[in-house]
Design a protein around this ligand. Structure first.
Ligand code: NAD
Length: 259
């Protein structure tokens, strides 16, 4: 992946959903930048990525320091234990709440249980992750950074997304409220809103999107991003370059939001 222009040496970064896709790329990029990375996921092995080594092993192979912490983000006790686990490395400095799932379904055919599952995994987890990390940072008097993975779906509705889009909209507003409340502790809270990214979740989302013309209707650049094209924005938001940026949702979307 190459060297990083950012320096996070001495900092501890948690990335939920770090076993694959965007989270894996973010975790690896922070590892390249010298951070100790806690890769938190419900499962260890990645699927469909550049190689099948677990993310923490890949970071170590690249010369970084990383641990895997099995975590179900829909369980707030797991998130508290995750933040506690970071204490072994001096405590969390950067919390990336990224894990998420997609379940398709429209208003008239989606069952309430599926809505709840999506909401708990995608949105309630961000509330609990922000809460656990901010409480710990405030306790330690650390001016940390929290970054949540939102989506273009946070603002743009699609047919068949009756569970996913509302869960992503909640992340946008949670980010804003948390940012306002955390200025008191010098903790910044931001979100990254990716457009379509070539990962497992986007295959589950819409298998038809390899058709370029159909895709161009949705995205001006007419393609999906690679996870690596999304990852750098997290390092920017966590860095001192973004010291006056909080409550922001940064689109990394190939122009989708202006289309
Ligand atoms: P992905 O499926 O490759 O990665 C999601 C990761 O989350 C997986 O490793 C999975 O094991 C983990 N996960 C799922 N449920 C979990 C749970 N309960 N506890 C802990 N970990 C869990 O997909 P991705 O595209 O990398 O998704 C990452 C984030 O990006 C998600 O929040 C998704 O909504 C968001 N996003 C993705 C796209 C896209 O097009 N791929 C676009 C916008 C936003």
């Amino acid at each position: 992946m190459g060297s990083s222009e950012y320096d996070f040496a001495g900092e501890t970064v948690i990335v939920t959903g770090g076993s694959s896709g965007i989270g894996r790329a973010v975790a690896r990029r922070f590892g390249d930048a010298g951070a100790t990375v806690l890769v938190a996921d419900i499962r260890e092995s990645p699927k469909g990525d550049d190689d099948r080594a677990p993310t923490h092993e890949r970071i170590e192979r690249d010369g970084g320091e990383a641990r895997f912490v099995q975590t179900d983000v829909s369980d707030s006790a797991d998130l508290e234990a995750l933040v506690e686990a970071a204490r072994e490395f001096g405590g969390v400095d950067v919390m990336v709440n990224n894990a998420g799932i997609f379940r398709g379904g429209s208003l008239l055919d989606l069952d309430v249980e599926t809505f709840d599952t999506v909401y708990e995994t995608n949105a309630r987890s961000v509330f609990a992750g922000c809460q656990a990390a901010a409480a710990d940072m405030a306790d330690r008097g650390v001016s940390g950074s929290i970054i949540n993975t939102a989506s273009i779906s946070s603002e743009y509705a699609q047919v068949g997304h009756a569970a996913y889009d509302p869960s992503k909209a909640a992340i946008m507003m949670l980010t804003r409220v948390a940012a306002l409340e955390c200025t008191e502790y010098d903790i910044r809270v931001n979100a990254v809103a990716p457009g379509p990214v070539a990962t497992q979740i986007s295959t589950e989302n819409d298998g038809s999107t390899t058709d370029r013309s159909a895709f161009q209707k949705q995205n001006p650049m007419g393609r999906r991003a690679s996870p690596d094209e999304i990852a750098g924005s997290y390092l920017y938001l966590a860095s001192d370059d973004a010291s006056f940026v909080t409550g922001h949702m940064l689109y990394v979307d190939g122009g989708h939001a202006i289309y």
